[in-house]
Design a protein. Structure first.
Lengths: 133, 442
């Protein structure tokens, strides 16, 4: 359950603090944060797999060339509950798989064929490990 | 080679897969259940209430167990229609639901599925194949192996396992169902929803006092209207042992069209005065999301069986929300049982042909699952109708406000209050038409 280590290079400070939350919760201690959470704080409560691995095999591959050329809506940037799809100042779509909670929303929302969705590999992928579910 | 084969391989340790496995173990089948999570339930999310009494068939007298995998039984049901400030609630609580087998139990899947998997392991241990049937976790199936158009096993990494029948119980994101050709490769967003929720923890006594819970009794509350910020869908609040499950199901197509984020709408829902009062003082301990199908038949795979394959649970999009309850886990349970029974009958007849497996379709059609899904399609449409989603909640809340407000003025007749609320948000003609449609559908 607590494979999360302090040596996670890709996580932000915020994510780090929140992962402490998840650990506290798993141990039955009170979480350090109050309700009215930001998305980053919410995601900090998620238990992810293989967090100590610096390299993971992404289970979703997004052809952002499609997003950034022919897609009329770029909807993944707002429908994803984990905000894995972001838009920069130049309106370019970027994707990161680290925060993915495997819900599947993007696979249906993207009607442009840009999202190649799979289940994460248990050993070398990321993906969730729910405490409550 | 022949001896190495399992009677069945079950893909997925969720409710459907575990129910199939329990049935197989009890019937002395040799089977393999594979689950990609670290444990059964590790990847699973539901609202969620498991409705009906099938659980008592799988785990007899489960309520006797001190620390069973379920949270609370439901004896209090609420349906709330919301506007910005108010909630007009249909509330039904009855002690006739206090006796087991319960009408529904609230569950948290990481706990429930894991517990149920333990029960399945006990059944395996008591079977003739105690050493040859397995529940294997951390296994992701890459492929269903096809030979001459027939599914004969699964491939995972470099390993292959063979069976007479593969029961696919992989859940709503049914990649293998697509791979074997029963579902289109791309499933459009039209009839799919995103479920999103928070688990909010309380001191148990405080939770029980707040919701008037006694022992293991619990409450289920669904919400329509303002809850979803104009997006097609609904909200829910269920009591667990010492936590609440608070969340929404939201149409993916509508989120896309309205450019709204599910997590923003969750915050919006939680800010409603009625919800805010219910969750006040609690600590959010988990945030989760998962796609769920709408119960619209148009989303379903073209068939629930193929040569060597049976599809159970949400992989077959077996789900219904016709306004009464969101039923999915009970359908998963029953369809898993029926799939396993089909396998056992095939084994008894030494006939695993596709014609024999087609019995599964007949069993499903004859069960309450397809009877209800077929019988309540109009209700699904009514529930998702913008009139039901927005106008009806506003009318009822307006009416409630006038009806229950006392301000030392001469009081209008209730009929006039209702008419005025109808005219404010709709028209008599529209409401009459809708009422007729809804009346027929339900």
């Amino acid at each position: 359950m607590s494979q999360e280590g302090a040596q996670i290079d890709k996580m932000s400070q915020e994510g780090m603090r929140a992962s402490e939350n998840a650990e506290n919760v798993a141990l039955g201690k009170p979480a350090t944060k109050k309700p009215g959470l930001s998305l980053a704080e919410r995601l900090g409560l998620v238990g992810y797999r293989n967090q100590s691995r610096s390299e993971i095999k992404p289970h979703i591959v997004v052809d952002t060339d499609i997003c950034n050329s022919t897609c009329p809506h770029k909807c993944t940037t707002w429908v994803c509950p984990a905000n894995c799809y972001t838009m920069d100042e130049d309106q370019k779509v970027h994707f990161q798989v680290e925060d993915c909670i495997e819900c599947g929303t993007c696979m249906y929302a993207c009607d442009q064929g840009a999202v190649d969705w799979n289940f994460p590999d248990p050993e070398i992928g990321r993906g969730v490990n729910w405490n409550f579910g | 080679m022949e001896d190495e084969r399992f009677d069945a391989i079950v893909i997925g340790g969720g409710v459907a897969g575990l129910s199939a496995a329990m049935t197989l173990a009890r019937a002395n089948a040799k089977f393999l259940l594979v689950e990609r999570g670290e444990f059964a339930g590790a990847k699973n999310v539901s609202g969620g209430v498991l409705w009906g009494s099938d659980l008592a068939k799988l785990v007899p007298e489960y309520w006797e167990e001190e620390d069973g995998g379920w949270e609370r039984f439901v004896n209090h049901r609420r349906l709330s229609l919301m506007d910005e400030q108010s909630a007009f609630t249909l509330d039904f609580k009855s002690s006739h639901w206090n006796q087991p087998p319960y009408t529904g139990v609230v569950v948290l899947r990481a706990r429930f599925d894991n517990w149920l998997a333990g029960k399945v392991q006990e059944a395996i241990d008591a079977s003739d194949y105690a050493e040859e049937s397995f529940i294997a976790t951390d296994i992701k199936v890459d492929q269903v192996i096809m030979e001459g158009g027939r599914a004969v096993g699964i491939k995972t990494g470099d390993e292959e396992f063979h069976a007479q029948v593969v029961i696919i119980a992989e859940g709503v994101n049914n990649l293998l169902t697509r791979q074997v050709g029963l579902q289109t490769d791309y499933v459009p967003a039209d009839h799919m929803l995103t479920g999103i929720k928070e688990i909010i923890r309380f001191d148990q006594q405080r939770l029980e006092d707040r919701f008037q819970l006694r022992g293991r009794s619990g409450m289920s509350n669904e919400f329509v209207g303002w809850a979803t910020d104009g997006v097609e869908g609904g909200g829910f609040l269920y009591t667990n042992k010492d936590t609440l499950s608070v969340g929404l199901v939201l149409s993916i197509a509508d989120l896309r069209a309205q450019k709204k984020s599910p997590h923003d709408i969750l915050s919006h829902f939680k800010s409603h005065p009625v919800v805010a009062d219910a969750i006040d003082g609690g600590e959010v301990v988990e945030y989760s999301a998962h796609v769920v199908s709408s119960g619209d038949k148009r989303a379903m795979p073209r068939e629930v069986y193929a040569d060597g394959v049976l599809i159970a649970g949400e992989a077959a999009n077996l789900l219904l929300n016709a306004g009464k309850a969101i039923q999915g886990m009970d359908y998963a349970m029953r369809s898993g049982i029926l799939a396993a029974e089909t396998v056992m009958e095939a084994k008894a007849a030494s006939d695993f042909s596709v014609g024999k497996l087609a019995e599964y379709r007949k069993k499903l059609d004859a069960s309450y699952i397809m009877k209800d899904i077929n019988g309540f399609q109009d209700a699904v449409h009514v529930l998702h109708d913008p009139i039901m989603q927005h106008k009806v909640p506003n009318i009822l809340c307006d009416f409630g406000r006038s009806f229950f407000s006392i301000d030392n003025q001469p009081t209008a007749k209730s009929k006039d209050m209702l008419l005025s609320a109808v005219r404010e948000h709709s028209s008599l003609w529209e409401m009459a038409k809708f009422g007729f449609k809804a009346g027929r559908a339900l």
